[in-house]
Write a protein that binds this ligand. Structure first.
Ligand code: INI
Length: 157
């Protein structure tokens, strides 16, 4: 018996996408933002269908995302941030709460909220993932939000 196999398409036409970028470690997060915008455009999301919101740090991401999701103006959201360990326990609180808060916001909003928050030990590792060496996680986040927004549309249809 053949079984249905469903995957979201990578076509961005008609999708409304919001990006929330944390300015903390902005050298990294501005590169993630450039990658995300490039990924959205490459997959056909219209410029006027993209909203970019900037907040002080990753701690501020969950509330901002939840507020945007509640407006019902977006098919999907992307969270961008960089939490770098350094030698302070602040890292665990900020990274942990950002992950938990973004996850909670997504489940309440019932739209995809892609986790584009880097959590690394060093600035160099973060830069590597923001376009310097190991791709750009912002670009990857764009592809993921498009795939997931299309998948959810299909599953709900
Ligand atoms: N915010 C980050 O996005 N990354 C970090 O590495 C970070 N560290 O290490 O402190 C960070 N802190 C700021 C935090 O997100 C809030 O903006 C601040 O606490 C005000 O609420």
């Amino acid at each position: 018996m053949p079984h249905p196999e469903i995957e979201g398409a990578l076509t961005g036409q008609g999708l409304r996408i919001g990006i929330v970028m944390a300015r903390f470690n902005s050298l990294v997060t501005e590169s993630l933002l450039a990658g995300a915008l490039s990924g959205l455009r490459r997959h056909g999301v219209a410029d006027e269908a993209i909203t970019v919101v900037k907040v002080p740090g990753s701690w501020e991401l969950p509330l901002t995302l939840a507020t945007m999701a509640a407006t019902k103006k977006y098919d999907g959201l992307i969270a961008l941030g960089a939490v770098i360990r350094g030698d302070t326990p602040h890292f665990d609180y900020v990274a942990g709460e950002a992950a938990k808060g973004i996850g909670n916001a997504m489940m309440k909003a019932e739209i995809p909220i892609v986790f584009g928050v880097l959590t690394t030990n060093t600035l160099e590792q973060a830069m590597d993932r923001a376009g310097a060496k190991s791709g750009n996680k912002g670009y990857d986040a764009a592809a993921t939000v498009i795939e997931m927004a299309n998948l959810l549309r299909e599953l709900r249809a």
